[in-house]
Design a protein around this ligand. Structure first.
Ligand SMILES: [Zn+2]
Length: 318
């Protein structure tokens, strides 16, 4: 059996990227890590503040493909992130769906007060959530936990990191459009539209990210937060030790199976080691139902998710 170290895996990704890039004109390199996140900054994450963003998105109504609420949500995130010193970039594209070609827009954000970031380069870490909600004609699907919760957590992480500029420069936030399938279930052609496109565009960057972290359905304290089965072994270990440190080991559970989500294109298309954190939706009777409303999430669960993510980032950068 070949034992691969985490550094080895990153080197391998780097080598794969380099050998692939030899065919093209530009050299590539992996983004380097500068600075870490202190315990004090981790402690500042506020579940109550994360919740305010989710409440604001909920006021816009369901935000499925092509909706006005999705556009309002994009504008909301752009405004909030700009106030915190983050520059945003819309990544729009046309995706082929079961109901014909549709327009999608991902939102990317980097901490870069005063200057425009180099979008052809990368930060070491991608921290991702989807922003769209599943399309239903027959009822109002607000998607508070799926995908409001992870979106709110990312904006609050942006706040705590930018306060003292601790480690913010290591992170690109990505809010994906079109995670949800238009038909019932995600398959190779339906769903993950935004992450598939985003991963394909990473090829064009001069400097590649090192790790992708994807959060989804993270606001319900009653359902376990799963570490997806295809999470890189080293990232899984970091997450379990971070959970122990925060006394969350009874809530954060490794899962034996792959759960299809936005991390899959990052892993398969962009060759990134990934961490996938997702609430166990199979235990949530309201999942993809009209009951995915504000009463299902708590600021405590949001706070636990935010601190867990920051603790993992701390461990990766110390
Ligand atoms: Zn969903």
């Amino acid at each position: 059996m070949i034992k691969t170290t985490f550094a080895g895996a990153i080197a391998l990704v780097f080598l794969i990227a380099c050998s692939r890039e030899k065919e093209g004109p530009k050299p590539v390199s992996g983004a380097s890590i500068t600075g870490t996140i202190s315990a004090e900054t981790i402690e500042k994450f506020s579940g109550k503040k994360a919740l305010t963003h989710i409440e604001a998105l909920t006021v816009f109504g369901p935000r499925p493909i092509g909706s006005e609420a999705y556009q309002l949500s994009l504008h909301y995130l752009e405004t909030k992130l700009a106030q915190l010193g983050w520059k945003t970039k819309r990544q729009s594209f046309t995706g082929i769906t079961p109901i014909g070609p549709q327009e999608f827009t991902n939102l990317l954000a980097r901490y870069s007060p005063g200057s425009e970031p180099d979008w052809n380069s990368s930060t070491p870490f991608l921290l991702c959530s989807h922003l769209d909600t599943k399309l239903y004609a027959e009822f109002e699907f607000l998607g508070v936990n799926d995908s409001g919760s992870s979106t709110g957590v990312l904006v609050e992480i942006a706040r705590v990191l930018s306060e003292k500029n601790e480690g913010a420069q290591n992170i690109e936030l990505v809010f994906f459009d079109g995670e949800e399938a238009i038909l019932k279930n995600i398959n190779r052609k339906d769903g993950l539209y935004g992450s598939r496109y985003y991963a394909s565009q990473l090829d064009k960057r001069r400097v590649k990210p090192q790790i992708g972290i994807v959060l989804d359905i993270v606001g319900d304290p009653k359902i376990p937060l799963l570490i997806g089965g295809d999470t890189h072994q080293k990232l899984k270990s970091h997450t379990q030790s971070a959970a122990s440190k925060l006394s969350l080991q009874n809530w954060v559970k490794p899962h034996p199976m792959t759960i299809i989500d936005d991390h899959v294109p990052l892993m398969n298309r962009a060759n990134l080691p990934v961490l996938h954190l997702i609430g166990n939706f199979s235990e949530a009777t309201y999942w993809h139902q009209k009951g995915d409303t504000l009463d299902k999430i708590t600021f405590g669960a949001l706070e636990n998710t935010g601190k867990l993510t920051l603790q993992v980032l701390h461990q990766l950068t110390k």
